[in-house]
Design a protein around this ligand. Structure first.
Ligand code: PRP
Ligand code: URA
Length: 208
């Protein structure tokens, strides 16, 4: 799958192990997720266009570089919030929008409750952040909304994905690149990723 990138760096594998482990307490889960997000940001931005500039070191003139495209981060609430800190650490100029969605427990369909995104999405690279890509309903709905607001260059960044979710998002949005640290085995009857890491929002915020 050409539009799917698996981020399998050794440091990410180590961190994902900690995040999967049910013994990992909430405070450590949050800290490790933030650290992992910075590692993910490194891979997701690997092919960004840079603008050349000219600067002076204390000794002489040399070439410098800036990022050539505005970046907009859009976490899907709640769990996507856990990835924002790590991304802004390496993308300090990024603007941040928010999309509030939760899954109806019976239908597994996303229910929306909040939208706030920056203007001029058309010129930006928009990175949708959500640790879990399960059925793909939330990711696909978020992308649909961002397109309706003018976004043209969108990437979906997840920590763990189920094959069903990747298929759904790519089927609905073949122009969107999907990044994940692991393509897991399957979904269970309740729409949870196997082996997964449980409910990411609950593990972050201690609401389980
Ligand atoms: C989780 C997760 C994703 C969604 C993924 O959110 O953070 O947004 O489920 O599932 P899907 O691919 O089947 O749509 P949840 O509904 O648990 O809300 P929360 O983050 O507020 O806990
Ligand atoms: N949402 C989660 O937080 N975890 C899953 O496994 C599936 C959806």
């Amino acid at each position: 799958m050409e539009n799917l990138t698996i981020i399998d760096h050794p440091l990410v594998k180590r961190d994902l192990t900690l995040l999967r482990d049910k013994k990992t307490p909430n405070h450590q889960f949050r800290a490790v997720l933030r650290r992992t997000a910075s590692l993910m940001a490194y891979e997701v931005t690997r092919d960004l266009v840079v603008k050349r500039s000219s600067i002076r070191t204390p000794l002489e003139r040399t070439a410098g570089y800036t990022i050539g495209q505005p970046i907009v981060l859009v976490p899907i609430l709640r769990a996507g919030l856990g990835l924002v800190g790590g991304f802004v650490e390496v993308l300090p100029d990024a603007r941040v929008g928010h999309i509030g969605l939760y899954r109806n427990e019976e239908t597994l369909r996303p229910v929306d409750y909040y939208f706030k995104v920056p203007r001029n999405l058309g010129k930006a690279l928009v990175l949708v952040l959500d640790p879990m890509l399960a059925t793909g309903g939330s990711g696909a709905a978020a992308i649909e909304y961002l397109k309706s607001r003018g976004a043209r260059s969108i990437r979906l960044v997840s920590l763990v994905a189920a094959p069903e979710g990747v298929k759904t998002v790519m089927g609905a949005h073949p122009d969107v690149k999907v990044y994940t640290c692991s393509l897991d085995r399957a979904l269970n009857k309740k729409g949870y990723i196997l082996p997964g890491l449980g409910d990411a929002g609950d593990r972050m915020f201690g609401t389980e």
